[in-house]
Design a protein around this ligand. Structure first.
Ligand code: F6P
Length: 356
């Protein structure tokens, strides 16, 4: 059997652990397996850049962060566009696949990656995919790998900010990754004991935030921690159409939403406000034990799908069980935090404000 693997989009914890899970299972159960590593995501598939991997390449990488194959962002909307240099990307990807004469292409990635994976499936390629992203926003799986490890990092940041916030009696705005979905901010915000959590799914009202800070002050709590998703939007912005929203963000003088919220708070209160943006630190380093187990289970299941020729599926988790989800169902659908999510309800019960 011959397969190829690629990692695409932003990196995260657990990419190597997952590839290891696929490879070790195939080596153990089939034996005669050739594995190619496509370099730098779909870019390598387009440019025909790959390397033959050896069994040893999959040893010692369970805890290794990043991806041994490299990755890149290749926007789905540009996949069908013929470049100025005349390259037809879809044709080129199919040619590399054909040249390698593989039985299956294993693709590890998030939302954009899955749209292209589905396109390749429609073009007749055998693909099996694995759900990667710290954002946990992939449809069809309860959890993506990388997410739990990123929660650990973001929670640690909020924990550490707490000590300074308490000592100085300051307001801290901590910006957590997640442009479209608030899962990471919600979970790390609750785990870190944030007082206010702002996520893209719940537009915030700055006056409600002010009210919350003042309520805490009146209660002798001179500090407040605001965990804000990088994609959080204000009430006013939530009423804008796409064009107006884009223009409003282009005119924003602050480098990101956390800084804007800090300025807004300072303009209407007497509090000292500071901002912390952990950024890509949230995606870096070793996967935590939860992700190591998840990646191993996902990888082993992907190998099963390959062995059984059940192509055109993403490996996912549903109610604690690893399952196959048809790619056609996954591609192009975002899993955002629903309004009736139980975590939101519990957070509200313990007094966390969502700025609404
Ligand atoms: O999708 C993962 C993610 O880390 C998002 O949370 C974030 O918005 C984005 O990637 C950042 O992308 P880049 O690494 O290209 O700056």
């Amino acid at each position: 059997m011959k397969i190829a693997m690629l990692t695409s989009g932003g990196d995260c914890q657990g990419l190597n652990a997952t590839m290891r899970g696929v490879a070790k299972t195939l080596y153990n159960e089939i034996g005669d397996v050739t594995i190619y590593g496509i370099l730098d995501g779909y870019k390598g598939l387009i440019d025909g850049k790959y390397k033959k991997l050896k069994k040893e390449d999959f040893s010692g990488i369970l805890t290794l962060g990043g991806t041994i194959l490299g990755t890149s962002r290749q926007p789905f909307k540009k996949m069908k566009v013929i470049e100025e240099n005349g390259v037809d990307k879809i044709k080129a990807m199919k040619e590399t696949y054909k040249k390698l004469d593989i039985d299956c292409l294993v693709i590890l990635g998030g939302n954009g990656t899955h749209k292209t994976a589905n396109l390749l499936r429609e073009e007749g390629l055998n693909v099996v995919t694995l759900p990667k992203t710290i954002d946990n926003d992939l449809w069809g799986t309860d959890v993506t790998f990388g997410f739990q490890s990123a929660i650990d990092v973001a929670t640690d940041v909020i924990d550490r900010i707490h000590t300074t916030a308490t000592s100085h009696g300051r307001i801290f705005v901590v910006e957590i990754m997640g442009h479209k979905a608030g899962w990471l901010t919600l979970c790390s915000g609750i785990a870190g004991g944030a007082d206010i959590i702002l996520i893209p799914e719940i537009p915030y009202d700055i006056n409600k935030i002010k009210g919350e800070i003042e309520k805490r002050s009146a209660d002798n709590k001179g500090f407040s921690i605001i965990a804000v998703a990088e994609g959080a939007v204000s009430l006013e912005e939530s009423k804008m159409n796409k064009k107006e929203f884009k223009a409003s963000r282009e005119n924003m003088k602050q480098p990101s939403i956390a800084y804007r919220i800090a300025d807004e708070i300072m303009a209407i209160t007497d509090h000292e406000v500071r901002v912390a943006v952990p950024g890509h630190v949230q995606r870096g380093g070793a996967p935590n034990p939860y992700d190591r187990v998840l990646c191993t289970r996902f990888g082993a299941y992907a190998a099963y799908l390959i062995k059984e020729k059940k192509f055109g599926n993403m490996v996912g988790m549903k109610d604690g069980k690893i399952v196959a989800v048809p790619l056609g169902e996954v591609a192009g659908r975002l899993k955002t935090v629903p309004a009736d999510n139980q975590m939101i309800a519990a957070a509200r019960k313990v007094g966390i404000s969502f700025g609404d």
